[in-house]
Design a binder for this molecule. Structure first.
Ligand code: TYD
Length: 357
């Protein structure tokens, strides 16, 4: 029997990657909005994780943190045990997988961590999850995926859930691998899973290797911003709050076996977006530096979220203008967080990046 919304909202959720940018937003929303839900956060604390993002949950009797890696079965078992302890019952009612390596440029340097987390890690979670489904404990598994599995899309098409997978980078290929494993479990074992695919996220707490936070950070430091190629690539930007709300809607009201797209209904080329950031930082065009393009760079992503709007009653709330202003102001106010995360790993990665360019 499919899980009801009430049953899920009163349950124990295993959230993987909850110290990441999107997972932490989801945890904060769930903790604030659902007073009966219990939350276990399994996170490996890899380079882009920051426990500061979930500081407001620390000390809550409804929250536990487990340090561990989804590609290691023993770590996943430890998280399942934490769920059993926190729930006083058998384990997690829902498992929401945010844990992933997500930066395309890094995947072009070294794809192995991407396959480990995004493909093998999903298989480990599915195998562990299946035991709890068979016991009647786990009612829903949600795999957070990406619009990048659709690859380049040409104007005026917007990708719909039934479009074929056509990946370009080791990142998107590893995410597609994870999704296909989820779909294999749905088909083979009637595993109660949902897949969500989302367009480019932005917002507070974003790791400063992705375009928007990187550019804001560099402009605040008085440095130029590196625009790849001609800057005419298009992305469809969604505020992270809207994305997390979409995942919540899919988890609580979605149908097993379905895929749901989420986008911000904001399609803009990189150069126009850069100009908006320049204007927020009160910098002129001389702060743009055109650099060597990313290999295999997808020209355009665009998503159609009509299914999620129709079937889940979800809608985007943020406009790009309001979201960029809020994000810019947040980074200005959280300079100390930026200083903290610009650690040795970050510096050495960027050194390699610039050599490539
Ligand atoms: P990114 O934030 O890496 O997300 P994705 O590659 O998943 O879309 O990049 C967004 C766009 O910005 C993408 O077209 C690449 C471009 N970009 C730059 O032009 N310069 C940069 O330094 C970065 C990181 C990205």
């Amino acid at each position: 029997m499919a899980a009801t919304e009430q049953e899920l909202a009163r349950g124990t959720w295993l959230v993987t990657g909850g110290c990441g940018f999107i997972g932490s937003e989801f945890l904060r929303q769930a903790h604030r909005a659902l007073p009966d839900v219990r939350l276990v956060n399994l996170d490996s604390l890899s380079y882009a994780a920051s426990p500061d993002r979930v500081a407001e949950l620390e000390g809550s009797p409804r929250y536990r943190f487990v340090k561990g890696d989804i590609s290691r079965p023993a770590d996943v078992d430890a998280a399942m045990t934490a769920c059993a302890q926190l729930s006083g019952a058998g384990g997690p009612t829902a498992l929401i997988n945010f844990a992933a390596e997500s930066h395309v440029d890094r995947s072009l340097f070294t794809g192995m961590p991407f396959v480990m987390a995004n493909t093998l890690g999903v298989q480990v979670l599915l195998e562990a999850g299946r035991k709890f489904v068979e016991k009647g404990v786990l009612k829903r598994f949600l795999q957070v995926s990406t619009d990048e599995v659709y690859g380049d899309v040409h104007e005026p098409h917007r990708s719909v859930e039934t479009d074929p997978i056509h990946t370009s980078s080791p990142y998107s290929a590893s995410k597609a691998g994870g999704e296909l494993l989820v779909q294999a479990f749905v088909r083979s074992f009637k595993f109660p899973a949902i897949v969500t695919r989302c367009s480019n996220n932005y917002g507070p707490w974003h790791w400063p290797e992705k375009m928007i936070p990187l550019f804001i950070m560099r402009l605040l430091q008085g440095k130029k911003v590196p625009v790849y190629g001609d800057g005419m690539q298009k992305r469809d930007w969604i505020h992270v709050e809207d994305h997390a709300a979409g995942i919540m809607a899919a988890l609580l009201r979605g149908q097993d076996g379905e895929i749901y797209n989420f986008d911000g209904e904001i399609e803009i080329d990189n150069l126009s977006l850069t100009r908006k950031l320049l204007s927020l930082a009160q910098r002129d065009e001389s702060f743009i530096e055109y650099v060597k393009d990313r290999p295999g760079h997808d020209r355009r992503y665009a998503l159609d979220s009509a299914k999620a709007q129709r079937e889940l009653g979800w809608r985007q709330k943020w406009t790009l203008e309001a979201g960029l202003r809020q994000t810019f102001d947040w980074f200005v106010a959280h300079k100390s967080w930026l200083d903290k995360v610009l650690n040795e790993e970050y510096q050495s990665y960027y050194k390699q990046q610039y050599e490539v360019r």
